[in-house]
Structure formats: structure tokens, C-alpha cells
Design a protein around this ligand. Structure first.
Ligand code: ATR
Length: 282
């Protein structure tokens, strides 16, 4: 009997830039599974109707990227704790009865990347300085709280957004004035950039690292370039720094497992595949 063909994909608007098809098709091929994973453009105006068309066409589910992460949560019949707390979903799972489950794997992706890149770092009771208060920051702060972080110091250009994030999550979050982030570095065991600063085509993140503790771990969600100026400056000081590509790879794994029934591994070959793609599309 032939294997059951499993169909999944990523929906966004526009969708051309997504690297999710490369990641998931690498796993489909390397695990010898029978399946497809496509990039699917969905106009926000038609989101709900188009998702139902995919369910009727037999899809197992989809990843949701910009601008659909909130709409994905709104149309779901069931929502996991991550998506509920983060207020957005990046993964939809379609059940056999046509119902929709929404999950958010970004927090897991962030945490698994740090666990892989800095295995000896213990989050329990530690202080994290998080830069930014957008959607990515929300997932990351939730992940850190779930991992037992002792304190999150949140610094954002627009302070009100940081206060909003603080009020929407249950946990030890303190909001800083933007000017205080360099001072707060002296207390941080972990520094996370969740803003787009430092990304190709964006302004650089202007932050002096003089107060960075020698044992502090530094990470950036930006992965183009892979070695952001922040990571390079941290490494130059002797700090451990973890790049953002792993977050993209690790957030994909639990979604793949939900649809294809196998937990894939994030290995060197996958990482190289995406690095090569980043190089080609510079
Ligand atoms: P994402 O979903 O990737 O987090 P987002 O919700 O648009 O995207 O959030 C972008 C984050 O980067 C925000 O924290 C934003 O700061 P504001 O809330 O003040 O907008 C931050 N950011 C983007 N461009 C910035 C810039 N030039 N200077 C400082 N912060 C910036």
C-alpha cells in the first residue's frame, strides 16, 4: 500500500521570502516521507475562506506568517497555551473532522536554539535583558518565563508597547526607559535582541557592551546576516553568542511533527542548506 501523502505549507502575504518550504522539504526528503510542503499566498481579505479550502483539499495544516498570525488564532477551534499567551499562532493543525487547532512554536524555537547553542546555560532565576516589544519579543519573553527566568528587563523604543507586553503576560517583567538599557546590562545574564536592528537593510543596533557581564549569553533573532554586529561584538569580548538561524529551524520542528508524525532533527546539513540560500539571495 502506498504511504499516505501528507500536504502542508506556509501561508503569508506576500509569501515569496519564506524559507519554511526549504526546511520542511529537507525533512520530508531526508526522512523518506511521502508529502509536500508549499508556500501559499493568501490575501488577508480571504484568509478564513482560503484556510477552509485547504482543509477541504485535505491539507494536514499550515504555518502562518506575516500578516496572518492573529487571524490564525481567531479562526481556531482549539488554542494551545503558547498561542493563547503569545496572542498569535504560527501553526494550524487541521483535524479529520475539519476543526482547527492553533499553536505557537516560536517560544519553543527560541528556547531550543539557546539550549542547543549554549547547553550549560541555566535559565532558572537568571536575569534577561530583552530589546524590543513586538510579536517576536512576546514569544521570547513567554518562553523565558516558562523556562523559569527570574527577571525580564524589557527595553523598547516605544515604551508603551513594552508596558503592554508586561501587562499581557504573567511573570517577572520590568519595563526600562530606553536610555537605561546599557546600565541594565550590568545585571543581565542573557541579552536578547528581538528587534530588526542589525538586519540587512535595517539600521544597526547602537548599543555599547561595556557593561556586559563576562559570562552573559548573547543572542539575536536576526539571521541575515548570520553574524550580526551585536553577536560579533559580544564574541570579540569573549562572550558566548548564539545566532538567530536556529530559532527559525527549531520553531519548524514541532509543527512538522504535528503534521508528519515524526520529530525531525535540526542538523548541520539543514543549517547549511539555509545558509547557502541566504548567501544566494543576498
Ligand atoms: P516582530 O513581529 O518581528 O517582533 P514587530 O512587531 O514589528 O516585529 O516589532 C519590531 C520591534 O523592533 C519593535 O520592538 C520595534 O520597536 P517599536 O515598538 O518602538 O516600533 C523595534 N524596532 C524596529 N525598528 C526600530 C528602530 N529603528 N529603532 C528601535 N527599535 C526598532
Amino acid at each position: 500500500m502506498p504511504d499516505q501523502m501528507i500536504k502542508a505549507g506556509v501561508v503569508g502575504w506576500p509569501i515569496g521570502h519564506s524559507r519554511s518550504p526549504l526546511i520542511h522539504n529537507h525533512w520530508i526528503d531526508s526522512l523518506g516521507l511521502s508529502g509536500t510542503y508549499e508556500a501559499i499566498a493568501i490575501d488577508p481579505k480571504n484568509f478564513e475562506a482560503d484556510i477552509h479550502s485547504l482543509i477541504e483539499a485535505g491539507y494536514a495544516g499550515v504555518n502562518c506568517t506575516v500578516p496572518h498570525k492573529h487571524a490564525a488564532l481567531a479562526i481556531a477551534d482549539r488554542v494551545d497555551a503558547s498561542a493563547q499567551n503569545i496572542g498569535a499562532a504560527n501553526t494550524l493543525i487541521f483535524a479529520a473532522d475539519g476543526s482547527i487547532e492553533a499553536r505557537n512554536t516560536d517560544a519553543i524555537g527560541f528556547m531550543e536554539n539557546l539550549r542547543a547553542g549554549a547547553p550549560s546555560f541555566d535559565f532558572n532565576g537568571k536575569t534577561a535583558l530583552v530589546l524590543g516589544a513586538g510579536g517576536a519579543a512576546r514569544a521570547i519573553v513567554y518562553g523565558l518565563i516558562e523556562a523559569g527566568i527570574g527577571q525580564v528587563l524589557l527595553a523598547n523604543r516605544t515604551k508603551d508597547r513594552a508596558t503592554e507586553l508586561q501587562n499581557s503576560l504573567d511573570g517577572p517583567i520590568d519595563v526600562l526607559d530606553g536610555d537605561d538599557r546599557e546600565i541594565a546590562l550590568a545585571d543581565a545574564d542573557l541579552l536578547v535582541n528581538t528587534t530588526s536592528l542589525g538586519m540587512v537593510g535595517s539600521p544597526s543596533l547602537d548599543m555599547a557592551l561595556d557593561n556586559l557581564r563576562p559570562k552573559a549569553l548573547v543572542t539575536d533573532i536576526v539571521y541575515a546576516p548570520l553574524e550580526t554586529p551585536l553577536l560579533a561584538a559580544a564574541r570579540a569580548r569573549g562572550n558566548v553568542a548564539v545566532d538567530g538561524l536556529g530559532m527559525l529551524l527549531h520553531q519548524a520542528a514541532p509543527a512538522f511533527a504535528a503534521w508528519f508524525g515524526v520529530m525531525p532533527t535540526v542538523d548541520v546539513a539543514l543549517r547549511q542548506l539555509i545558509i547557502d540560500d541566504l548567501e544566494q539571495n543576498k
